[in-house]
Design a protein around this ligand. Sequence first.
Ligand code: PNS
Length: 159
Amino acid sequence: MTRVLYPGSFDPVHNGHVEMVETAAGLFDEVVVAALINPSKGDALFDLEERMALLDESFAHLSNVRTTMFDGLVVDLAGEVEADFIIKGLRAVSDFESELQMAQMNMAISGVQTLFLPTASRRSFMASRLIREVARLGGDVSQMVPDPVRARLQDRFPG
Ligand code: PNS
């Protein structure tokens, strides 16, 4: 039985994340998707509770996926949920440097290993920051996010 932890800000979850979770759900016995605080990012659009509710709705179709939220170190959560590995998605080489550094830090402080999964190239431009920006300015992001997220963005930014 292999359980993996997929942590992220998920502010909000988008279809690149969905692809990653669907892939992981096929590769591993259980996937725990966790909304966490990224201390290097500024004000969030959605609070942790809202982000987790959107994760719940977005992954309701996957029986071996559960969601949680956590305000602390990702490696502490990995220990709490007894994850064998942390998984992270890589969209492009530009993700690699910071993800490698985080993986090495997490390994150094806890011994938890991180596995990287590549995103399909057709989704490599998707980023929560850009999706928030486009939605805020009235652009159409409906093809990039799960339907519950589309509805929630519409509530936040009624055109
Ligand atoms: O979706 P993101 O913003 O790239 O996810 C980054 C996240 C939330 C996984 C990262 O900031 C994180 O692990 N935050 C929890 C605090 C922590 O453990 N920091 C040390 C990372 S080496």
